[in-house]
Design a protein around this ligand. Structure first.
Ligand code: GLC
Length: 533
């Protein structure tokens, strides 16, 4: 972070905003730490672990949804956006958490979900009761069905979680009635952002949390709120679940930018705060539109997370991510995983090789200019848990796909903190997803003791990134490197070298600041990264 914390110091125009190069730590609250023994992580658990996060060295937290929710999609189905769900705590606890995080010089950002509400939200319940054509229905996307009896959905869109994106309701008289749109689960009806009431309510929600001291928001499905006029059919129906293509009419409609400009006008009244959009858009120009100066401050770029451990693809991902934002003068963001994506250790091959590559990629990521997002558990090198028993799976994609798509629970298994046996200090009860016995090797307690652990590597990398002048400057320059390798230099002088071959390479001249694997005789081992100055 480059600016001072609570005011003071240089004039605002002289310092880069704090979020530009911050390391954010993503807390999936259900899985982070449980303080009351119900097996589900909560804000009390998070508060207890703030010391750990301070030690890790992160600048800011991003807390996944903690607002009131029936939890049909892990909290992304919000029934009251201006309250904390009792499963996670209370508003008082949130206030305490914000204050304590600030005392430890960590910012707090939280998820907001503008695209849809819960079907239990009072607005949706009122819409069901009120009937076709009512102002209550106009807050959502209700339509008559097609066909003589309106028995077919209004268009052919599938839901991201499988099955149709429309559900037919029964009207008050018990007869089959209109249909409502839900791009995600039926418990997540899409809001109608053409209706000014929707924007006004979102504004109220933003102000509610900003006034409580929150430092910004991660905006869920930020490419999804605007729908194409007339809700036309998809030309080719893409029934793949959780897939994202630029040609998809369900997302990335031009009207979304007016919404973001409205959000930004409110954010600008709270100049310390940041809005970060979840934007699944590949085209560089169209991605860049979201981070124009009057829209989002930052947008997630998922290219690095979607890239295999192969130098050409990594270089292309980095180049494209940089290009997409520099065209509009915005800052890049980097992430290797999140609560929707299989964990990187597994994606890179699992086992010792997966661990080595995840270490190497983390160092590559931390060497890049911009903001970095670390998903809880990545710092422990947790793998995906792909053999969870069927009966514990909770992702709506599992049920909606007729038990074909196992969904995202494998990357949401609770963190192992200490001890030799599950639940490893995560809870005193029964964890909401079982924790593998082998994670005894991966506990925080164990990794803190070892200098060669993933956790220690994260700590060192985050610290060096924060304090060393060699990380300064925007952009980077690619540096000649042997086949199967990558090297780039930052303006401040840092040289980052990644060896993706299966044998050691000789490092260029320079002092080694950090490496993801031990270096002997100036040789960088296979599947590893070194920083030189
Ligand atoms: C986002 C979230 C995901 C959620 C979906 C619906 O993609 O990251 O977890 O299921 O939105 O809100």
């Amino acid at each position: 972070m480059t600016d001072t914390f609570a005011g003071g110091g240089a004039a605002p125009e002289q310092v880069a905003p704090w979020w530009r190069s911050a390391v954010f730590y993503q807390v999936y609250p259900r899985s982070f730490a449980d303080s009351n023994g119900d097996g589900v992580g909560d804000l009390g658990g998070l508060r207890d672990k703030l010391g750990y996060l301070e030690l890790l060295g992160v600048d800011a937290l991003w807390i996944c949804p903690i607002m009131r929710s029936p939890m049909a999609d892990g909290g992304y189905d919000v029934s009251d956006p201006r309250d904390i769900d009792p499963l996670f705590g209370s508003l008082e606890l949130m206030d305490e958490l914000i204050a304590e995080a600030h005392d430890r010089r960590m910012r707090v950002t939280m998820d907001l979900v503008p695209n849809h509400s819960s079907d239990q939200h009072p607005w949706f319940q009122a819409a069901l009761a009120a009937g076709p054509g009512s102002p209550e229905r106009a807050r959502y996307l209700f339509r008559d069905g097609r066909g003589p009896d309106g028995g077919a959905p209004p268009n052919n869109w599938p839901s991201i979680f499988g099955g149709p994106a429309w559900t037919r309701i029964r009207e008050a008289d018990g007869r089959p009635g209109q249909w409502y749109l839900h791009l995600f689960a039926p418990e997540q009806p899409d809001l109608n952002w053409e209706n000014p009431e929707v924007a006004a309510d979102f504004e109220q929600t933003m102000r509610f949390w900003l006034q409580r001291g929150v430092d910004g928001f991660r905006i869920d499905v930020a490419h999804g709120m605007a729908k194409p006029p007339g809700l036309p059919d998809m030309e080719t129906v893409d029934t793949r679940m959780l897939a994202h293509e630029d040609s998809d009419p369900r997302f990335n409609n031009p009207g979304v930018h007016r919404i973001h400009r409205g959000i930004r006008r409110i954010m600008d009244e709270y100049p310390h705060a940041v809005a970060i959009g979840e934007v699944w858009v590949n085209d560089n120009n169209r991605f860049g539109e979201y981070v124009r100066p009057d829209e989002l401050h930052l947008a997630f770029n998922f290219r690095l997370a979607e890239t295999p451990f192969a130098p050409d693809s990594i270089r292309a991902a980095v180049d494209n991510s940089l290009r997409a934002v520099t065209m509009v003068g915005a800052s890049p963001t980097w992430t290797l995983s999140n609560h929707d994506i299989a964990r990187e250790v597994t994606r890179y091959g699992g086992g010792a090789v997966g661990q080595a590559r995840a270490r190497a990629m983390m160092m590559l990521e931390m060497a890049l200019p911009g903001a970095v997002f670390v998903y809880n558990g990545a710092e422990l090198g947790l793998p995906n848990v792909d053999d969870l028993p069927d009966e514990v799976l909770q992702d709506p994609a599992w049920a909606r796909s007729g038990h074909v798509e196992r969904g995202r629970d494998g990357c949401r298994v609770p963190l192992p903190w200490e001890g030799e046996r599950s639940p490893f200090g995560f809870t005193t009860g029964r964890p909401w997803l079982p924790i593998p016995a082998q994670w005894a090797q991966l506990t925080v307690e164990r990794q803190l003791e070892r200098l060669d652990s993933m956790l220690s590597l994260y700590r060192m990398a985050i610290e060096l990134r924060a304090v060393r002048p060699e990380f300064a400057g925007p952009g980077l320059e690619w540096y000649g490197s042997p086949p199967g390798c990558l090297a780039f230099r930052r303006a401040g002088g840092l040289l980052c070298v990644l060896n993706a071959t299966d044998s050691p390479i000789v490092l260029p001249a320079g002092e080694v600041l950090l490496s993801s694997a031990p270096i002997t005789a100036r040789k960088l081992p296979a599947n590893s990264t070194a920083w030189l100055v």
